[in-house]
Design a protein around this ligand. Structure first.
Ligand code: C5P
Length: 233
């Protein structure tokens, strides 16, 4: 079973996808982390963010994704970079990487390969239901008021020890919304057939219940699968 969750930054996709994957006992894929790791490579190597050839080479680099039902860990150059990928520095630059057609081609192929090999997956991003898995068993699109999303993102960043101001987080989200929706390749759109959910006033538990209800309504099997281990790609 492939379940896709797309939507705006900070709408609660990651938390919902993780909870749903854990509840179903299947793997969870955070595709934003893949764009973020390519961003980290580009920044570390001093690559000009409009140098398509070097960006494509960076996307082809051998980073590792360790997927479980409740987490994803990313290893780059023998270093665990999972936490580093969530920093504001990476937040500010990822949209340039995400606009590269060559980078998208490589990462999309990798995402489809993971889907094929695992068979069951909850995957979240901006194009999972529209481009990567158009035939997914269930597709969701999540959104929330931008002020609410900025509040959530700010608390996440503060919890990770990063000093951030609400206004900066809000401005960053507005800019990401604009660029994610207006870029020529794989813009953020509501995938055909997606079920919409506005999480502005919902708790995580309520979101999870809504997702499960919808899977049941679609006739999908929501009994927890056991025995999902770690998968390294
Ligand atoms: O979801 P997350 O905030 O980690 O994504 C970081 C950025 O990566 C997004 O703002 C978007 O520009 C890009 N992205 C994308 N396609 C995806 C996932 C993320 O373009 N499937």
């Amino acid at each position: 079973m492939i379940v896709t969750i797309d939507g705006t930054a900070g709408s609660g996709k990651s938390t919902a996808a993780r909870k749903l994957a854990a509840r179903l006992g299947i793997a969870y894929l955070d595709t934003g982390a893949m764009y973020r790791v390519v961003t980290l490579i580009a920044l570390e190597d001093g690559i000009n963010l409009s140098d398509e050839t070097r960006l494509v080479a960076a996307a082809g680099e051998d980073f590792h994704l360790d997927l479980g039902p409740t987490h994803i860990r990313v290893t780059l150059r023998e270093r665990d970079v999972t936490e580093e990928l969530r920093s504001m520095r990476i937040n500010d630059h990822t949209r340039f990487i995400a606009a590269s057609p060559g980078v998208r081609r490589i990462l999309i192929e990798r995402q489809r390969d993971i889907g094929r090999r695992l068979g069951s997956l909850v995957t979240e991003g901006r194009d999972q239901g529209s481009v990567v898995f158009p035939d997914a068993d269930a597709k969701f699109y999540m959104d929330a008021a931008v002020e609410k999303r900025a509040e959530r993102r700010m608390h996440e960043l503060l919890a990770e020890g990063e000093e951030v101001a609400y206004d900066d987080v809000l401005a960053n989200l507005r800019e990401r919304d604009r660029t994610d929706a207006s870029r020529p390749v794989a813009p953020l759109v509501v995938p055909r057939g997606a079920i919409m959910i506005d999480t502005s006033t919902l708790s995580i538990q309520q979101v999870l219940e809504f997702l499960l209800e919808q899977l049941v309504r679609l006739g999908l099997d929501v009994t927890p699968h056991s025995g999902i281990g770690e998968h390294v790609f």
